[in-house]
Every structure is written in structure tokens, then in C-alpha cells.
Design a protein around this ligand. Structure first.
Ligand code: SAM
Length: 307
């Protein structure tokens, strides 16, 4: 059984193997050309939900037999699928949306195929976790994908407690009907000032990012019915909040320090402090203005609202 990609590129037919194919998380334009070719050339498409995938296949006029592969028949189906690949077939594995195996079925059949020494090929494409993370504006250098938290509040809180000091950015998936409970638990365990981004309806018409502290995002959710649609939640890691106890106060102190000890002009101090705190220039500006108004301090320098 070949394990190099040469066969795939040198011939018009696909080499036998298990192909893990990412599919759109909303916008059908996000399917890749390679994903379409693999789906068209497969002998069988193993789907999380055959009816759901059939709509995608109909849209792209792909007429390949499908078979269900989901959490309830995973063990038995994994054996069958591996036998088919071992017999020389091309099996494409898809989930309802995004990358199979990421909070979706797939891991078991993939591991079984790897253990059997079969050809396993991932066809990259959309996944909500990466899409949400990169657009969140929170640090991306290191991050931890948590996926779904437990549905029960007690268990959810203990998982959150175990994550409270983690320095990496945290990425969660959550169902819309649990989002409010989750945010309340995040606020209780991580504190109201932790920065958070809700990426909602990614790649769809109503795509939206709700950004702010946990308490600001909760207030926003209370004002309107934002708890609809698919949501990925990104939470800043602990290191982003050495600010932790009171980020805004420290921000203001830092601006003041830069202006006094380092003699920076107000606008340069604002810019530098905003960068250090992972805030936008306008967020830093607003907080600085609020503080000046509260203390009656007159502006030093001529910082204008950043555009
Ligand atoms: N395998 C998928 C992937 O690679 O993204 C994830 C499947 S998981 C069962 C579904 C969860 O992913 C949703 O509950 C939501 O948290 C997130 N998600 C999926 N599509 C999304 C979208 N368009 N916008 C925001 N989050 C999305």
C-alpha cells in the first residue's frame, strides 16, 4: 500500500486509502478543489449524517455512495471501513462540517487505519477552531483547544478551574442553548475582566465577533438575543492578564509610567501600552479618557482618538 503522495498527483485516479476531507462550516465556497476531486473519485463517502452530507454532494453534483459513520456505530463501522481500504478502496471520511475528528467522529477509524499501516491522507480545509482563533485578535502563538465543556455545571466548573491559570489562549466549542450558562461559569471562575471573543456564525451571512471582557460580553448577550447560531468561544490565557486582578487599572498605570519615566508623548504611550496589553488603540484611549475624567486630570499632549 503506497504511503507517498506521488500516486495521487501522478495519476488521474486516487490511490487506495482513507481520505479525511474537511468540508465547509457554513459557506459552500470554502470547499477546496482537492476536496471536491477526492470526493468525486472516492468509492465510498463515510458521513456523520448521510442526509446532511447528501445536500453538499447534491450541490456539487457528486454521485458517490455514502455510509453513516457516527458516534453510535463508530466501533463497528471503523472495522468495516478499514477492511474496505485494505481491500484497495478509496474511502473519504467527512463530518457534518469542518474537519472530521475535531469534536466530530473520525479518530477511531483513523487510528485503526494508521495501526494497520494503510494510506491515510488529510485534505485540509475549514475548521471553526482555527477560523475563530485567527480572527479573535487574541494571541495565537500558543493556544489550547478544549472543545466542548461538560454539559453539567459542576463538571464544567471543575474543568474551567483546571484551566484558570493556563497561559495559552483557550478555544471552546459550545452549543447555543448552553452559551449563557457557560459564560456565567467562565465569569465566576476566571473573573469578570478576562478577555473573551465569541465567534458566531463563521463564514455565514450573519458572521459576527463579540469581543470584550467576560462581563461586557455577558451584558451584550443580555441586551439582545445573541445566543443563536453556531459559536466558538476564545478566551485569553492567564498571561494576557497579568492585568488579571484589574487590567484597566494597570493599563492606566502603565500609560502614566511611560509618559513620566520614559518621557513618551501621550499618543506614543497609549500606543505602546495598548500593544503590551493586547488591546486596540481605541480601547486603550477610551480607558485612559475615562480615568482622566474620573480624576479631573488635564490631558498632557494632544492624543486624538485613534482611527
Ligand atoms: N469538526 C468541526 C470543526 O472542525 O470545526 C467542529 C464540529 S463541532 C460538533 C460543532 C461546533 O463547532 C459548534 O457547536 C460550534 O461551537 C463550532 N462551529 C461549527 N461551525 C461554526 C461556525 N460556522 N461558527 C462558529 N462556530 C462554529
Amino acid at each position: 500500500m503506497p504511503t507517498s503522495r506521488e500516486d495521487e498527483f501522478q495519476t488521474t485516479t486516487l490511490a487506495p486509502g482513507l481520505y479525511i476531507v474537511a468540508t465547509p462550516i457554513g459557506n459552500l465556497e470554502d470547499i477546496t478543489l482537492r476536496a471536491l476531486r477526492v470526493l468525486r473519485q472516492a468509492d465510498l463517502i463515510a458521513c456523520e449524517d448521510t442526509r446532511h452530507t447528501q445536500k453538499l454532494l447534491n450541490h456539487f453534483e457528486i454521485k458517490i455512495p455514502t455510509q453513516s459513520y457516527h458516534e453510535h456505530n463508530e466501533a463497528a463501522r471503523a472495522r468495516e471501513l478499514v477492511e474496505r481500504v485494505a481491500a484497495g478502496e478509496r474511502v473519504a471520511l467527512v463530518s457534518d462540517a469542518g474537519m472530521p475528528g475535531i469534536s466530530d467522529p473520525g479518530e477511531r477509524v483513523i487510528r485503526a487505519a494508521v495501526e494497520r499501516g494503510l494510506n491515510v491522507v488529510a485534505i485540509p480545509g475549514p475548521s471553526a477552531l482555527v477560523t475563530a482563533l485567527v480572527a479573535s485578535g487574541l494571541p495565537t502563538e500558543t493556544f489550547r483547544f478544549v472543545g466542548f465543556l461538560p454539559a453539567r455545571s459542576g463538571e464544567r466548573r471543575s474543568v474551567l478551574e483546571s484551566l484558570a491559570s493556563v497561559p495559552e489562549t483557550l478555544v471552546f466549542y459550545e452549543a447555543p442553548h448552553r452559551i449563557a450558562d457557560m459564560l456565567h461559569d467562565v465569569e465566576n471562575v476566571f473573573g469578570p475582566d478576562r478577555r473573551i471573543v465569541i465567534a458566531r456564525e463563521l463564514t455565514k451571512v450573519h458572521e459576527e465577533f463579540v469581543r470584550g471582557s467576560v462581563s461586557e460580553v455577558l451584558a451584550e448577550f443580555g441586551r439582545r438575543d445573541a445566543a443563536r447560531g453556531e459559536m466558538t468561544v476564545i478566551v485569553a490565557g492567564k498571561s494576557k492578564i497579568q492585568q488579571a486582578q484589574s487590567p484597566k487599572r494597570n493599563l492606566v498605570e502603565r500609560i502614566h509610567e511611560l509618559m513620566t519615566s520614559e518621557s513618551l508623548a501621550e499618543k506614543d504611550a497609549l500606543k505602546q501600552a495598548a500593544r503590551e496589553f493586547g488591546l486596540s488603540k481605541s480601547e486603550a484611549y477610551r480607558e485612559w479618557q475615562r480615568k482622566k475624567q474620573a480624576t479631573g486630570t488635564r490631558a498632557r499632549g494632544t492624543a486624538k482618538q485613534p482611527q
